[in-house]
Design a protein around this ligand. Structure first.
Ligand SMILES: *[C@@H]1O[C@H](CO)[C@@H](O)[C@H](O)[C@H]1NC(C)=O
Ligand SMILES: *[C@@H]1O[C@H](CO)[C@@H](O)[C@H](O)[C@H]1NC(C)=O
Ligand SMILES: *[C@@H]1O[C@H](CO)[C@@H](O)[C@H](O)[C@H]1NC(C)=O
Length: 459
């Protein structure tokens, strides 16, 4: 009875969330070639406004980044605000253009911020607020003129964007011709997709028609988020969930019995006597994102893991650890299995000398691969509590939701660990889809808790 109630509850949530379709980000270059400044800018304004008018804000959300010569280094005009209506958004967009057109506001200003500055703003201030499961559509309104010494940085930042599976990028270009050099910049912005550069070059269609036909499937809000939301919470469907008595707390995720092996009332103690009660055996897989994008995080991950391991009671009848590194598809590599290290220093030493893999990031696939470590043939114990600790900045090309749900059903508790990054903060939404629950996400401020998380029996 309560089981069905719970299922219905989640279906209900699924339908509500259909409202949020895509997150659009308008990234507008406020600078045009000198000669035709007024006319070219007017044209860019028209097409940007026309595009905004296609969007049903309320279903979609929109953010605006405006670059070029600016009075301040803050390029974010508006982020995804819940009460953003179409009128509000278009008036903000219009005001940015009008400032330039009417007041000559930018003439005296230096420097000119380029697309790379705009993308940095996007990574830092906009993407962290994207909606879970939503696509992010980037619309660059620019002629593709690169700013001085910008190319290297632009390449690096667009490479970061290309790692994100949920992003679709388009350029909307209202100029009458594009030079070869500028085309290269535009291609960087669209991740090499020429089809995603919307121009009026072909005379069959106006730029407006082209924009509408290219963006149609995104504008029309195909209701894909429904299924994602339904899958997000495996709790009610998990065979591990005991049938709870009918109470008001039905919706609280039940704990899997094996996460709670201590049936006696004994206080947990640092002295690892747990095994004598057949309780405190833990099998813990450390899974680390050693992809190209996380290269600079390797050392931090290793330091955190080392501190955790130093606080564990390793042993044949106590805590066992395995270590797995990963990057892209089919690039999950077991460095050591469970029975190899019962000596913390030796385990840490082997982890510390493991090099990165480079390449892309597929966290969901890696989690499934790494779950094989729990097999008996690799030293897993059927009577142990199972944990997987995923170290990642959570910019995976696949969606880890399904993998996390599967592991939950196999009674593996998944912890997600992410370190700070000023340029590109960890994707919190994806950390949520990796971790078993909200409490199992650990950011820098929580590390002190993480270090001793396994130093005694888990409740
Ligand atoms: C803007 O610049 C143009 C040409 O440089 C000038 O004629 C015009 O008066 C300026 N407008 C304002 C409002 O300053
Ligand atoms: C672990 O437990 C088994 C079975 O109780 C016992 O035979 C073995 O000696 C124990 N190992 C250690 C290192 O205590
Ligand atoms: C663990 O290994 C280190 C280095 O091999 C060694 O010095 C140390 O004595 C070992 N510790 C135990 C408890 O065996």
């Amino acid at each position: 009875m309560s089981f069905f109630k719970t299922v219905l509850f989640w279906i209900f949530v699924g339908f509500i969330s259909v409202k949020a379709c895509s997150d659009f980000v308008f990234i507008v270059d406020g600078e045009v070639d000198e000669n035709f400044a007024g006319r070219a800018l007017q044209r860019r304004k028209e097409i940007a406004l026309k595009t905004a008018q296609q969007l049903d804000l309320g279903f979609h959300r929109a953010a605006l980044i405006f670059y070029g010569k600016r009075p301040s280094s803050n390029l974010l005009i508006t982020s995804f605000e819940e009460d953003q209506t179409k009128d509000l958004f278009t008036s903000k967009l219009r005001a940015q253009f009008d400032n330039l057109l009417l007041k000559n506001a930018s003439k005296a200003l230096e420097p000119s911020y380029g697309a790379s500055d705009a993308i940095e703003t996007l990574l830092k201030q906009v993407l962290p607020h994207k909606k879970m499961g939503a696509l992010v559509i980037l619309l660059f309104f620019t002629d593709g003129k690169a700013r001085e010494n910008e190319n290297g940085r632009l390449e690096k930042l667009t490479a970061k964007l290309s790692k994100k599976h949920y992003i679709h990028s388009f350029v909307i270009n209202s100029e009458s011709s594009i030079s070869e050099e500028r085309l290269q910049t535009l291609l960087l912005l669209t991740n090499g997709e020429k089809k995603s550069i919307i121009t009026s070059q072909d005379r069959q269609q106006t730029l407006e028609q082209k924009m509408i036909s290219t963006l149609r499937s995104f504008i029309s809000c195909e209701q894909t988020s429904k299924f994602r939301t339904l899958r997000r919470k495996p709790i009610a469907l998990s065979p591990a969930a005991p049938v709870a008595p009918i109470t008001a707390t039905t919706q609280i995720p039940p704990k899997a019995p094996r996460f709670n092996p201590r049936t006696t009332t004994q206080k947990p103690s640092r002295v690892s006597s747990g095994s004598r009660f057949g309780g405190c055996m833990m099998d813990i897989v450390f899974l680390m994102d050693f992809s190209g994008g996380a290269r600079d995080k390797r050392e931090k991950y290793i330091n955190i893991a080392s501190e955790m391991i130093r606080n564990m009671q390793l042993g044949e009848n106590e805590t066992q650890i395995a270590f797995v590194r990963y990057s892209g598809l089919k690039r999950t590599d077991s460095v050591f299995h469970f029975k190899k290290h019962y000596n913390a220093s030796e385990a840490i030493e082997e982890i510390a000398k493991t090099p990165t893999l480079g390449g892309t990031t597929r966290t969901g696939a890696a989690m499934l691969d790494a779950s094989k470590e729990f097999d008996r043939r690799f030293g897993g114990r059927t009577t142990a509590q199972k944990f997987m600790i995923v170290f990642t900045d959570a910019y995976s090309q696949d969606d880890p939701v399904d993998a996390s749900a599967k592991l939950y059903q196999e009674r593996v508790k998944v912890l997600a660990v992410a370190v700070d990054d000023a340029i590109q903060p960890p994707d919190h939404e994806q950390l949520k889809s990796i971790a078993t629950d909200q409490k199992s996400i650990f950011l820098e401020k929580d590390f002190h808790k993480l270090f001793t998380y396994f130093s005694q029996c888990r409740q």
